[in-house]
Design a protein around this ligand. Structure first.
Ligand SMILES: Nc1nc2c(ncn2[C@@H]2O[C@H](COP(=O)(O)OP(=O)(O)OP(=O)(O)O)[C@@H](O)[C@H]2O)c(=O)[nH]1
Ligand SMILES: [Mg+2]
Length: 224
């Protein structure tokens, strides 16, 4: 029965409102060369602000690095790990000289030492609050699990800092269509309560590629 096949989950999901031209522009931009150019472990080490940045934030293990790889069509541009807490610095990637993508360390990783948590998270939050070139934060939430306190805290922080953010539901391949639709409704209601949250939610699977062309189109729209 089709409804029992999790991998078909995203196929029936309503497509975000993107035109064929926007999809094509997204395909072209993300086919450009993408290269790592900077890793920052401390705020003082950030590259000088230039161009437009889009940061990928979210709890540890939510799939930030995997999403960057899927968007750019690389297997191993950003390092992916089954062990949470893999990405330990802000990693900056230049996409075709037009856009900077920033892979952030995850928050909410319970097993990290207190000192490490304070270091990463302090830097991450300072970056999110203070970076003038940061156009939008893509805030990833795992579609298969509940929204945690740490996610609510980050949404509140971004509201206070007036940094526009957009929710990306990740790992959509893990849900059946009905459950995915309910999750999208739940997150839609959550987003409506947050002034700095962009109303449209993206839904993706880095595993199957579902939602990836649409997200490329959305991101490309931000720099066109
Ligand atoms: N089923 C499924 N698994 C995924 C997907 N995206 C990522 N994963 C898995 O989730 C785990 C974490 O992925 P990462 O991309 O390293 O997550 P991250 O958010 O960068 O993690 P940190 O750097 O530790 O904060 C890996 O085992 C991935 O293979 C997806 O779309 N579907
Ligand atoms: Mg990572």
């Amino acid at each position: 029965m089709a409804d029992d096949a999790p991998h078909q989950a995203v196929a029936t999901e309503p497509r975000p409102d993107v035109t064929d031209d926007e999809l094509e522009a997204g395909r072209k931009l993300f086919a450009a060369e993408c290269r790592f150019f900077f890793g920052a472990q401390k705020l003082e080490q950030l590259p000088p602000p230039a161009g437009i940045e889009i940061a990928f934030a979210g709890r540890s293990n939510v799939g930030k690095s995997s999403l960057l790889n899927a968007l750019t069509g690389h297997n191993s541009l950003a390092r992916v790990s089954t062990e949470p807490g893999r990405t330990r610095q802000l990693n900056f990637f230049d996409l075709g000289g037009r856009l900077t993508l920033v892979d952030m360390p995850g928050y909410g990783y319970a097993r990290a030492s207190k000192q490490i948590k304070a270091d990463w998270q302090g830097m991450m939050f300072d970056y999110l609050r203070g970076r003038t070139t940061l156009l939008r934060v893509m805030l990833l939430l795992d579609s298969r699990i509940e929204v945690k306190q740490a996610d609510h805290d980050v949404m509140d922080l971004l509201d206070r800092a007036a940094v526009t953010y957009q929710i990306v539901l990740t790992k959509a391949d893990g849900l059946k269509p009905g459950a995915l639709a309910r999750k999208q409704d739940e997150i839609g209601a959550l987003v409506a309560k947050h002034p700095a949250a962009f109303p449209e939610i993206a839904t993706t699977s880095s595993e199957t590629g579902a939602g990836i062309p649409e997200l490329r189109a959305v991101l490309t729209g931000l720099v066109s």
